[in-house]
Ligand binder design. Structure first.
Ligand SMILES: [Zn+2]
Length: 149
């Protein structure tokens, strides 16, 4: 895995795992054994309370290394995955709260502006709905903007 230079981090990209019955361990196993990657593609995952803690932040790939989550953005972003399928339901309250707190701390650490907090489908390469049609990305950015004002 390539080293991620913290100075080159410009974006935070948000994903969903596309499955309600899912966990950080399952994601790691899919990424390692089905895709053949060295580790989980995401840097962080946030549980939905079904097979893992509701609103618990789990570490995936170390932020010392380039992730594997958004083609064209991996070497300049941190990847965060909400466990669940947000084409069919909204994130849980605790997931959303945990996401806001995580984004705030990552924005501070890497000096990422609110406009660079992106959903996967906003990156040019993504043809999917990730992180789901019901994920409120614009509302999320409005709240992040309010938090820094
Ligand atoms: Zn995605």
């Amino acid at each position: 895995m390539d080293i991620l230079d913290s100075n080159s981090v410009e974006y935070i990209v948000i994903h969903h795992s596309n499955r309600f019955f899912d966990s950080p361990l399952f994601i790691r196993m899919r990424h390692k054994f089905l895709r053949g990657w060295d580790d989980t593609g995401y840097h962080y995952m946030i549980g939905n309370g079904i097979l893992c803690g509701d609103g618990i932040v789990y570490e995936g790939r170390s932020t010392d290394y380039v992730g594997a989550h958004s083609y064209g953005y991996n070497n300049k972003s941190i990847g965060v995955c909400l466990i669940g399928n947000y084409d069919r339901a909204k994130p849980t309250y605790r997931q959303y709260r945990a996401l806001l707190a995580l984004l705030e701390s990552l924005q501070l650490k890497y000096t990422v502006p609110v406009v660079n907090v992106l959903s996967h489908n906003e990156t040019s390469s993504c043809e999917k709905t990730c992180p789901g049609k019901l994920f409120p990305i614009k509302r999320l950015r409005q709240i992040l903007q309010m938090l820094i004002e």
